[in-house]
Ligand binder design. Structure first.
Ligand code: GDP
Ligand code: MG
Length: 163
């Protein structure tokens, strides 16, 4: 089986940048996997020899329909249902916001494996980038830079650790 990894988090934290860095043959493999809805971005990637499916959440419904918070909650729940591993992306430059805490609350309830990625951490000491996000109660935050690639390999290794 192919592990499904969902990228969740509030808007502008860098989910799509990370998704685009990781995926090449978008939608090719994914079309054959049952149980995935069609209205979101799927892509596939190969980490070592392991194929994975990535889900990029966010930006698929008009915000006006429900409001940002409700929309994020829905997308988070849907991604969690579909995923084997959830990568919760936060923004190390903006720091911890109330919306991050709302998403974390949702994620702490799931039985899925959740990995906390602190994006935009290039040029910031790892311990400093991670520090405040320990409070989310989702384990050790992993500093990454989706634009530069720092920490992305370690993040994927962590996702696949028990697979
Ligand atoms: P999304 O809304 O979570 O999908 O976020 P995007 O991937 O669209 O990125 C939002 C903004 O953050 C864009 O301007 C990206 O270029 C920027 N961004 C993404 N990753 C990084 C990063 O690692 N470092 C920095 N400095 N900016 C980033
Ligand atoms: Mg996006």
């Amino acid at each position: 089986p192919v592990p499904v990894i969902a990228l969740v988090g509030r808007p502008n934290v860098g989910k799509s940048t990370l998704f685009n860095r990781l995926t090449r043959s978008r939608d090719a493999l994914v079309a054959n996997i049952p149980g995935l809805t069609r209205d979101r971005h799927y892509g596939s990637a190969t980490i070592d020899d392991q194929r994975v499916v990535l889900i990029d959440t966010g930006g698929f419904e008009p915000v006006a329909a429900t409001g940002v918070a409700e929309q994020m909650a829905r997308q988070t729940r849907q991604a969690v249902i579909e995923a084997d591993v959830v990568v919760f992306v936060v923004d190390g430059r903006q720091g911890l916001l109330a919306r991050d805490e709302e998403i974390a609350r949702e994620l702490r309830r799931t039985a899925r494996k959740v990995i906390l990625a602190v994006n935009k951490s290039e040029g910031i000491a790892r311990a400093v980038a991670a520090a405040e996000f320990h409070a989310l109660g989702l384990g050790d935050p992993m500093p990454i830079s989706a634009t530069h690639g720092d920490g992305v390999r370690a993040l994927m290794d962590a996702c696949l650790e028990d697979w």
